[in-house]
Write a protein that binds this ligand. Structure first.
Ligand code: NDP
Length: 327
């Protein structure tokens, strides 16, 4: 089978290449899947490259997401021919992942392919889109409705941001997308953003803990100084779903927005989500994400393209969602 293998040399330097390997090298697991599509998330960039502390052993097969067809199963929940999706559970980091023609994993980690999605569409969504959906659900659970006002999406032209923008707009929200790439303005508007906010407007450090109440909610893929600024601009009782750290892991903020405006900071984790909530989120994706908008985000790729794409996503240079055809 063909796989993208990441190896580490004696000096600790990693290199990634497509190789033909024996299927017998697949790790233990209950279900063997013939992988059809995978994708590229920020974390994949780390695992294709130096590892970011995520990869446990080398040689390694990255790919935190995959979708395909069950080939063999020791678990009664899955039978050969079933279409399945996998995101999270540290697959592609601590365990071999989706950048190979076959994957062997625990049945607990799989989700049956949601009705209404193809394996390709599910990978256009991938962890990034699945997480965007979890963030929308968290904001709704905390009272966000379209009549409350504008919703901000940071890192809007990235994977999480693109899917979040398309879902929110389709649900009737007025979306403002923050981007550092002005050339993506038309793209963001085509996904449904009502307006585009320049990154420079929001990445200065907090000078005043409270600014004008502007956003009814926010999906934040950036973290750092931008998240700190946004907290001071959220309307009374509004919420921010913290998804990512593309701009930094720090949070140079004050607690004033929490104390004086009742602002909520909601943490979003896609990796360890329980099965029931995964199914709920995938059903919502199939219902609330317009497929034409999803297709507009897609950049097709092959296993051979992955070393370059991995480096690009770490530099914030990937627009939308990459779909890797593994077949
Ligand atoms: P992408 O690289 O596709 O998107 C990130 C976007 O953030 C970029 O496209 C860019 O958008 C913006 N950005 C990049 N660097 C900076 C910077 N220095 N300052 C401000 N903005 C910046 O990655 P993903 O969408 O796949 O992931 C986004 C984040 O979410 C990552 O940090 C990832 O690790 C995290 N994540 C977390 C998950 C969870 O379970 N909590 C799951 C999935 C992802 P633009 O060009 O529009 O400005």
């Amino acid at each position: 089978m063909r796989a993208l293998i990441v190896e580490k040399d004696d000096e600790g330097k990693t290199s990634a290449s497509v190789q033909e390997i024996d299927e017998a090298r697949l790790p233990d697991g209950d279900v063997t899947v013939a992988v059809e599509y995978s994708t590229v998330n920020y974390k994949d960039g780390l695992c294709i490259g130096p590892g970011g502390g995520l990869v446990r052993n080398y040689p390694h097969v990255p790919g935190i997401d995959f979708a395909g067809t069950v080939e063999a199963s020791d678990d009664p929940r899955y039978a050969p021919g079933d279409k399945v999706v996998l995101t999270g559970w540290r697959v592609g980091e601590a365990y071999w992942g989706g950048y190979a023609e076959k994957a062997r994993v625990k049945a607990d980690w799989l989700v049956p392919l949601p009705n209404g999605l193809t394996t390709r569409a599910s990978m256009a969504v991938g962890t990034a889109g699945f997480t965007a959906m979890l963030a929308v659900m968290a904001l709704e659970d905390h009272g966000l409705t379209p009549d409350k006002g504008e919703v901000l999406v940071t890192g809007a032209a990235g994977g999480v941001g693109s899917v979040a923008t398309a879902i929110l707009a389709n649900l009737g929200y007025e979306v403002a997308g923050v981007t550092g790439r002005p050339e993506t303005g038309d793209y963001l508007k085509s996904l449904g953003a009502a307006r585009v906010v320049a990154r420079e407007e929001l990445n200065e450090t907090v000078k005043r803990p409270l600014e004008a109440e502007t956003w009814a909610g926010c999906i934040d893929a950036v973290g750092g100084a931008m998240l700190a600024r946004v907290l001071g601009q959220v309307k009374y009782g509004g919420s921010v779903a913290a998804v990512g750290l593309a701009g930094g892991a720090g949070l140079p903020a004050t607690v004033i927005p929490f104390l004086l405006r009742g602002v909520n900071l909601l943490g979003i984790d896609s990796v360890m989500q329980p099965f029931e909530n995964r199914v709920r989120a995938w059903e919502r994706v199939a219902k609330d994400l317009p497929m034409d908008k999803l297709e507009a985000m897609v950049q097709p790729a092959t296993l051979e393209d992955l070393p370059k794409l991995g480096a690009d996503i770490l530099k914030g240079q990937v627009k939308g969602r990459v779909v890797v055809d593994v077949k």
